[in-house]
Design a protein around this ligand. Structure first.
Ligand code: PEP
Length: 264
């Protein structure tokens, strides 16, 4: 856990290159740069290069929404971590839309996590259960399997500082957000699993995010949930007002916490 909050906006397959640029202009005006909040934008692949030239990296970092694990070759339609190196700081890997619409398995996410690390890109590994698995009380087992499967063959040094997003599949794009109590439990399960695999120090260094129908109305409850370092925001990240409120909330909570710590 780092003191800094991480707020990631996943734009999914929305906005043209020009639309993305106009939207970033809007965000630039609305979002203040705070040392204690890292704001990451994950636009479509096509917009990454132009936004890379447009954004001030102190204000916004960039993320890819996906990548391929081979560096180059005959893989029509894919973009590799090797090609993304230098363009993005982060990559979202194993998003539930990749797992469920494009049938990616842990074997795929593992290759992608490894490729990202190999090319100096911090992976944001997404894990989370389906509604069916939740009803069957399998959340713990699903998180365990996705972490073990997604991180196999990766060293403690490589896992150090990476990001894991708890994104229950049933909460994504549904307006049906998880309770902070469930999110706290999931974050604990994730950290316990990392501690089991890599030790307590690495477990503390991992940043855990919550994602799933986060909005400016419910963001505060996750930003104050123990074990949660920030948010992965889908739909609401395409609304400049909503997104900027979440960034300000993250800053305000951090500031309040620091003041309370100093006063104690
Ligand atoms: C996401 O795409 O990762 C996500 C959490 O989407 P939404 O916020 O729209 O539920």
């Amino acid at each position: 856990m780092s003191g800094k909050k991480l707020i990631v906006g996943n734009w999914k397959m929305n906005l043209t290159v020009q639309g993305a640029s106009l939207y970033v202009h809007k965000l630039e005006k609305k979002i203040k740069t705070h040392r204690d909040v890292e704001v990451v934008l994950a636009p479509g692949m096509l917009a990454l290069q132009s936004l890379g030239l447009q954004v001030n990296r102190r204000q916004f970092k960039l993320a890819a929404q996906n990548l391929y694990w081979k560096d180059e070759g005959a893989y029509t339609g894919e973009v590799s971590a090797y090609q993304l190196n230098g363009l993005v700081e982060y990559a979202i890997i194993g998003h539930s839309e990749r797992r469920h619409i494009f049938h990616e398995h842990d074997k795929d996410t593992r290759g992608k996590v490894q490729a990202a690390i190999r090319h100096d890109i911090t992976p944001i590994l997404c894990v989370g259960e389906t509604a069916h698995e939740k009803a069957a009380h399998e959340t713990h087992a699903v998180l365990h399997d996705q972490i073990v499967g997604g991180l196999a063959n990766i060293t403690a040094d490589e896992v150090n500082g990476m990001v894991i997003a708890y994104e229950p599949v049933w909460a994504i794009g549904t307006g049906n957000n998880a309770t902070p109590v469930d999110v706290e439990k999931a974050a604990q399960t994730i950290r316990d699993q990392i501690a089991h695999l890599y030790g307590a120090k690495v477990s503390k260094s991992v940043r855990v995010l919550y994602g799933g129908s986060v909005s400016s109305h419910n963001a505060a409850s996750y930003l104050t949930t123990p074990g949660i370092d920030g948010l992965l925001v889908g739909g609401a990240s395409l609304n400049a007002e909503e997104f900027s409120v979440m960034v300000e909330l993250a800053h305000t909570f951090n500031e309040t916490k620091n003041l309370a710590r100093k006063a104690a």
